[in-house]
Design a protein around this ligand. Structure first.
Ligand SMILES: [Ca+2]
Length: 132
């Protein structure tokens, strides 16, 4: 139990902010920051904070569950429950991308943050998201 918790902690702090993981999803190095008061990119795509580290957002959890692999299932899932599947948010519109390929299009949102963030349905979903 303790080692499992430590593994999760280790993965949480080490995995998602690294460029190697960002290259394993389409447009992983180009995911927009949906916080209205912050410009730029959300580099820790799987995390609740833009620079990575700490706890995982729903997409980060699903990505970990998929063994850090962009699968058709992960592409077709709406991790953040905002009505847009992960593939649509990350510019892989027909879920055909694989590592090393250029993405089909530009990202349209963040796969782990419910958008628009001020939508009432998103407030509870995004309760652990930190805008800095
Ligand atoms: Ca989203």
């Amino acid at each position: 139990m303790l080692s499992g918790a430590l593994t999760v902690l280790f993965l949480s702090f080490s995995a998602f902010g690294l460029p190697g993981y960002r290259l394993k999803i389409p447009n992983g190095i180009n995911v927009p920051n949906p916080c209205t008061n912050v410009f730029g990119l959300w580099n820790g795509v799987g995390h609740n904070i833009a620079n990575g580290g700490g706890s995982l957002n729903p997409f980060g959890q699903d990505f970990m569950d998929a063994n850090f692999t962009w699968t058709q299932e992960l592409c077709g899932k709406d991790s953040d429950s905002d009505g847009k599947i992960n593939g649509l948010e990350l510019g892989d519109f027909n879920c055909s991308w694989f590592e090393g390929q250029p993405p089909m299009g530009d990202p349209t949102g963040h796969p782990g943050i419910c958008e628009p963030m001020d939508d009432p349905k998103c407030l509870e979903i995004n309760k652990d998201i930190t805008c800095l």
